[in-house]
Design a protein around this ligand. Sequence first.
Ligand SMILES: Cn1ncc2ncnc(NCCc3cnc(NC(=O)Nc4cccc(C(F)(F)F)c4)s3)c21
Length: 272
Amino acid sequence: VSAAEKRKWTLNDFDIGKPLGRGKFGHVYLAREKMSNHIVALKVLFKSLKQSQVEHQLRREVEIQSHLRHPNILRLHGYFYDQTRVYLILEYAAKGELYKELQKCKYFSEKCAATYIASLARALIYCHEKHVIHRDIKPENLLVGTQGELKIADFGWSVHTFNHRKTMCGTLDYLPPEMVESVEHDASVDIWSLGVLCYEFLYGAPPFEAKENSDTYRRILKVELKFPPKPIVSSSATDLISQMLVKDTSQRLPLHKLLEHPWIVQNADPSG
Ligand SMILES: Cn1ncc2ncnc(NCCc3cnc(NC(=O)Nc4cccc(C(F)(F)F)c4)s3)c21
């Protein structure tokens, strides 16, 4: 871990700037580290989040993040706490939250959507090579950097897959079904989420959206996938989405095959 990540930070190491957004569990501010003049995003977790509770999860997030260095993954430099709050020191994504851009323009062009999906696929291939599954890929967790590049943020819910095996290396015998079930899920959960995201980028809403959660749940389990007539979307795009939103995890299009799919090859801007 770099020296910066090890040192003990305090709030008065930073000048606090404008609010950037209110994420789950806390607010995010623009901030400048006084000594280096480095611009960062500082996430201040709500007091309600007892330090003890989040401490281990934060430590795991920092641990996972410390192994990840990728242009499409937002850096978490470290965290610190004072008597009242916990603070996360994050890379600043100058163009903010992707979901706000999606709300504004309703849906993205095929070229824009393909470029975003390709860069996310590359970032997820990188994560999976490091046995990290994000598990929470959605517009709210995607930020935009100065060059318009996507940054996957918030690994607060990600897992190191071999952790499971490590804890399970002895035996699965004593695990209840739900734990065995969760051990089952693997990197292919991120392929499914990327397929949902691709659909939402092109149509402006996720494929299984329904008023009631129970309906959404049923539609996901049935993979009730329908492509609306408007906006007009190419058949190669719907072909790609259909290969990702597959119930059988082993049949989902692997991420490296996604990068070779005609829709990506013909539409994604290689610079990402
Ligand atoms: C809005 N916005 N605009 C520009 C910009 N630039 C950078 N960042 C922004 N927003 C913050 C994005 C995040 C990245 N990583 C996160 N990580 C996290 O929030 N982790 C986390 C939360 C609560 C509890 C726990 C715990 F303790 F339970 F583990 C862990 S949030 C920006």
